[in-house]
Design a protein around this ligand. Structure first.
Ligand code: AKB
Length: 317
């Protein structure tokens, strides 16, 4: 049985990835590690939870050694808008954190999952049908850390044989844990506002089209890639994956089918708009489809219906 460590356990992805991994591999085999000392009940009661700052190499090493870890899902990172406010902290967490994970992985022969992002592309990348292998000149510190992370993972694989795999995630939409400090956060906030009967003020302008995905697909993609037959992986790392390409008005229109009285206005945040404008509109994820069978299950309609149902249940309680 695998012994798995998930960093960034209390974050948007970690909080849904961990229950899925625990269901698959057994609760005791999945160690959740996050910088918050007070995780929610599901995380802390569902299996082992440890407090960890990924910048602390000795602490990472201790956990991997003591818990006989063989696979690390390294989800701890600062998101794009937050990173732009504190670039040095973003470098420290996103790069030094990853270096600690890869080095520990090298020492203890662990496989590593690294989440890259649409942020690893920049304004000179083709924005439509963005190829798997293309120009990458990101202009945000977040993008620079994600691209560096992709390269570091490749380096550790070629140089030391570490099985480092990863995906370029689009904006992720989920009802369980709010993202914090991302450019695509509007696509989650809009649902919370709609379900609570509030008007939503969108910080990205109309027509800002970006790749998006519903969290269950993202969690499935990460696990599926880590379980994929290595002989079939040509890329191994930094796979484009997407489920839909949306602008704020597309989400607004779909939500209104369920909540007709919902209203949305726009108040543009120049920093997040500039970040979004430097990212692709829609990625070509055919390499992921071909090499390990990626296929999203949720489209805009299915995701919207489930988001509204789940959030309504939560707010009715
Ligand atoms: C962000 O907006 O920073 C993230 C991402 C697309 O990587 N959600």
């Amino acid at each position: 049985m695998k012994r798995i460590l998930v960093t960034g356990a209390t974050g948007q992805i970690g909080s849904e990835l961990i229950p899925a991994l625990r269901k698959r591999y057994g609760s005791e085999n999945v160690i959740a590690a996050g910088h918050k000392t007070q995780p929610d009940k599901e995380l802390s009661e569902g299996g082992p939870f440890l407090s960890l700052d990924v910048r602390n190499f000795a602490a990472v090493e201790k956990i991997v050694k003591e818990h006989r870890i063989d696979t690390i899902y390294h989800m701890a990172a600062l998101l794009s808008a937050f990173a732009e406010k504190d670039p040095l902290l973003a470098w420290d967490v996103n790069i030094n954190g990853l270096r600690n994970i890869l080095e520990t992985g090298r020492k203890f022969q662990c496989s590593v999952f690294f989440p890259s992002s649409i942020g690893a592309f920049g304004p000179s990348t083709p924005a439509d049908d963005t190829p798997q292998d293309t120009i990458q000149r990101p202009t945000t510190i977040y993008g620079i850390t994600k691209l560096t992370g992709e390269l570091l993972c490749d380096y550790y694989f070629h140089r030391f044989g570490i099985d480092a795999r990863g995906l370029r995630f689009p904006g992720l939409i989920s009802y369980k844990t709010m993202p914090s400090g991302g450019t695509t956060d509007y696509a989650v906030e809009i649902f919370y506002a709609a379900v609570r009967g509030k008007r939503y003020e969108c910080f990205l302008k109309q027509g800002t089209r970006l790749d998006m995905m519903y969290m269950p697909d993202a969690v499935r993609a990460a696990i599926q890639l880590m379980e994929a037959d290595p002989a079939k992986l040509i890329h191994r790392n930094a796979f484009n994956v997407t489920a839909m390409s949306l602008a704020p008005e597309d989400l607004y229109r779909e939500i209104k089918k369920h909540i007709p009285e919902f209203t949305m206005t726009y108040k543009i945040d120049p920093m997040r708009q500039a970040i979004a404008d430097s990212w692709p509109h829609s990625m070509d994820d055919s390499a992921a489809r071909k090499e390990w069978g990626w296929k999203p299950e949720y489209d805009l309609a299915a995701m919207t219906q489930e988001m509204i149902e789940r959030l309504s249940e939560r707010f009715e309680q």
